[in-house]
Design a protein around this ligand. Structure first.
Ligand code: GLU
Length: 483
């Protein structure tokens, strides 16, 4: 049987970075096994539904570089792929369980349920639906149940959980997992509005969509015994389960919005490359058993194995993500990145530059910074002549004799043919040898005059990219103003 996995997000907001990892692992596992990865939208909780969320989730997965074989957009023979379009199916399946005696109707009001919980709390018990005393099909009997249903009394359908023994299942990440049946609640399957709960819809769909492996976050582990009971109640074969470790902050607390960015969108907007983020997130919880860290998507597909996913929470190391981003930044062809830089530059009030120039600036500055988005601020002088000059730098490197040392260079630079960094280097070196000057007495003043800042890329390379005209005009203006 071919592998079929699903990413089943609830469209309640932006895609969380943990959600991206779940989607990615599903995708990698499917592709590694020549299987299918499907997208199923779990939108049955109308109270938490956010209309734009489905699109945002799909867009982020696509940005990250993977797509689904079946889903609301692609279609497929197991559709529809939005749970809100499948409600009848869940109702039919809930009825099947009623008929088999595996589920029952319950009529309790929310006040009655509150009172039950209060009583349990007072006696030191964990709150759990007590089907032996509440108003339901078991306590009321068949006739009364039929009467109430016929009268339209609001009702839910609950799963009749066998409260003895243990529920065991094998998890591909965690090994054997055991839950005591007595701790499991008689889960509501169908709500009074006719909508299913997550549990019913999830397993009905996993079964009907012939999902072979359920790969999801660890937070769903407590739901799995309920799902096992449901599979048994239907007499269906269970899929294999794999629960992925939580993503943690470096201080081992759960990654949350309070600690910083958690949405894929945030990382995209910060200027992380999709490939770097994917590479990084793939390694959050999966251990490729080598020291190697840079993997392309096709390499991830080749090496990914669920058996090598760790049980322990995975630390989300932001610094490492930045490092990874810098590695990708430096490996791309600058011309391919130029359109992105031009797009970023549109937000600044700089004169327009060509794509060719943008590519040169990228090549020049990417050794110094991790993000393409930092170019317009870190390297503002590549787009406009500096108006402000670092005071501290100036007081250190612009001495009374500096003017005299620098001025002759203007003419020498003027006479260059190509204005290449090599030519500029040779001129300056010949000049300092002749004048017996230290290189720093020239380089720092040049950097100050041309960029206004202490830090930047190689000075001759910077001058070459700026070009002869611009470099000389900056030098001349500075000399005039600091005579
Ligand atoms: N809808 C659930 C979620 O939002 C799906 C969990 C699962 O994969 O079973 O993550």
């Amino acid at each position: 049987m071919s592998v079929r996995v699903r990413f089943a997000p609830s469209p309640t907001g932006f895609l969380h970075i943990g959600g991206l990892r779940t989607a990615l692992y599903n995708y990698l596992f499917a592709k590694h096994n020549d299987g299918e990865c499907i997208l199923r939208i779990e939108d049955t909780d109308q109270t938490r539904y956010v209309e734009s969320a489905e699109k945002a989730i799909v867009d982020m997965c696509r940005w990250a570089g993977f797509d689904f074989d079946e889903g609301p957009e692609q279609g497929g023979k197991y559709g529809p792929y939005r749970q809100s379009e499948r409600t009848e199916l869940y109702q039919t399946h809930a009825s099947i369980l009623i008929e088999n005696g595996e589920a029952y109707y319950a009529f309790d009001t929310s006040e009655e349920l509150d009172r039950m919980r209060e009583r349990q709390q007072k006696s030191g018990l964990a709150p759990k639906y007590d089907r032996t005393i509440m108003r339901n099909q078991t306590t009321l009997g068949e006739d009364e149940t039929s009467r109430l249903l016929a009268e339209g009394e609001p009702s839910v359908i609950r799963l009749k959980v066998p409260h003895t023994g243990e529920i065991r299942f094998n998890d591909l990440v965690r090994g054997e997992v055991v839950f005591a049946a007595r701790d499991i609640d008689d889960q509501i399957l169908l709500k009074s509005d006719g909508y299913p709960t997550y549990h019913l819809a999830n397993i009905v769909d996993d079964h009907l969509m012939e999902i072979t492996h359920v790969i999801r976050g660890e937070e769903w582990l407590p739901s799995t015994p309920k799902h096992c009971i449901l599979y048994d109640a239907f007499g269906w074969e269970k899929p294999k389960f794999a629960h992925l470790p939580l993503l943690l902050n470096p201080d081992k607390t759960k990654m949350s919005k309070r600690h910083g960015d958690v949405f894929v969108e945030d990382f995209k907007n910060k200027g992380f490359f999709a490939e770097a983020l994917v590479n990084f997130i793939a390694l959050c919880g999966w251990n490729p058993s080598s020291d190697r860290e840079i993997f392309s998507m096709s390499e991830l597909i080749e090496y990914f194995a669920l058996e090598k996913v760790n049980k322990a929470g995975a630390i989300f190391d932001y610094k490492k993500l930045e490092w990874m981003n810098s590695q990708y930044f430096r490996s791309y062809n600058p011309s391919d990145l130029a359109p992105e830089l031009l797009r970023i530059l549109d937000q600044y009030d700089y004169p327009k530059v060509s794509a060719e120039y943008a590519a040169q600036v990228i090549k020049l500055l990417r050794e110094r910074i991790n993000f393409i988005g930092d170019i317009p601020t870190f390297g503002d002088y590549m787009f406009v002549a500096p108006k402000n000059f670092d005071e501290e730098y100036k007081s250190k490197h612009w001495q009374p004799e500096t003017h005299g040392n620098i001025a002759p260079l203007v003419g020498m630079f003027e006479s260059t043919v190509e204005f290449s960094h090599q030519e500029l280097h040779d001129i300056v070196h010949a000049y300092i040898t002749e004048k017996q000057l230290a290189l720093k007495l020239i380089i720092h003043p040049l950097r100050l005059m041309i960029t206004g800042k202490q830090v930047g890329a190689g000075m001759f390379e910077t001058m070459e990219v700026l070009g002869k005209k611009e470099t000389l005009s900056r030098m001349t203006a500075f000399l005039e103003n600091n005579a």
